[in-house]
Write a protein that binds this ligand. Structure first.
Ligand code: NAP
Length: 241
């Protein structure tokens, strides 16, 4: 048996039309999984890159959007990647910005895990990979709701591992460092912020979405069967500084 193969497994990746989610979908497909690329818009580019797979419309503006997905067919691997960020001084932060980010990044993530587990627990196997952040550990600045949500992602990942590890479900998270996607375009466009970020990354470069994709393959594969409740930093060494 190849402990890194995903042959015969079906995976659902949320927010798979672009960025990290797209790279995860492509990497899982490359390892042999049948991938369902879900997004709030079409995932045609991802399907073309994978050369296989299917797409599914899921918009987590309704945090319960995935409630019926896992009863409809067997899905072995769930990657909760969809996420948004809003920036503003804490003193001015609005309730709308708070609720929008908490709904997509934390509430939808939890209830998607729940819907997955209700189908997977009776089978006694399944892999959940939640996308956390450096702001699952650090405070950040001008991103109050994002930091709250991503700390929550780390906590809920550990809670779910405690409840489900003995029942055959692996629940883990990946905490990406600074990765070149739409989410960070505003930081890379600011020469001062960009320089400060690069100065602190021991690897000396921004991360690429593919860096996260291959880590997701590991956490989805039998190779990681004894990893539960981990929040795995993929950050070029950022947190080691
Ligand atoms: P991105 O390019 O902005 O991608 C975010 C994805 O989430 C997109 O597919 C987006 O769809 C989707 N999404 C947003 N709101 C949604 C909704 N209501 N329903 C369904 N999907 C929705 O950013 P990214 O960097 O790849 O982010 C992916 C994940 O990694 C996020 O959870 C983010 O917090 C996390 N992360 C990123 C970094 C980084 O440095 N880039 C670092 C740490 C963590 P649309 O294209 O339609 O907006």
């Amino acid at each position: 048996m190849n402990a890194f193969s995903l042959e015969g497994r079906t995976a659902l990746v949320t927010g798979a039309n672009t960025g990290i989610g797209q790279a995860i979908a492509v990497a899982l497909a490359g390892a042999g999984a049948d991938v369902i690329a879900s997004g709030r818009r079409d995932c045609d580019e991802t399907l073309a890159l994978m050369g296989s797979g299917r797409s599914l419309m899921l918009d987590f503006a309704d945090p319960m959007a995935a409630r019926d997905v896992f009863a409809a067919e067997r899905i072995d691997i769930l990657v909760n990647n969809a996420g948004i960020i809003t920036r503003g001084d804490a003193v001015d932060f609005t309730e709308a910005d708070w609720d929008a980010v908490l709904d997509v990044n934390l509430k939808a993530l939890f209830f998607t895990c729940q819907a997955f587990a209700r189908a997977a627990l009776p089978r006694g196997m399944g892999k959940i990979i939640n996308i956390a952040s450096m702001l699952s550990f650090q405070g950040g600045i001008r991103v109050a709701s994002y930091t709250a949500a991503k700390h929550g992602v780390a906590g809920i990942t550990k809670l779910l591992a405690n409840e489900w590890a003995a029942k055959g479900l692996n629940t883990n998270a990946i905490a990406p460092g600074y990765i070149e996607t739409n989410n960070t375009a505003i930081l890379r466009a600011d020469p001062v912020r960009n320089g400060a970020i690069l100065d602190r990354i021991p690897a000396g470069r921004w991360g690429r979405p593919e860096d996260i994709g291959q880590t997701a393959v590991f956490l989805a594969a039998p190779a990681s069967d004894y990893i539960n409740g981990a929040v795995l930093n993929v950050d070029g060494g950022w947190l080691a500084r």
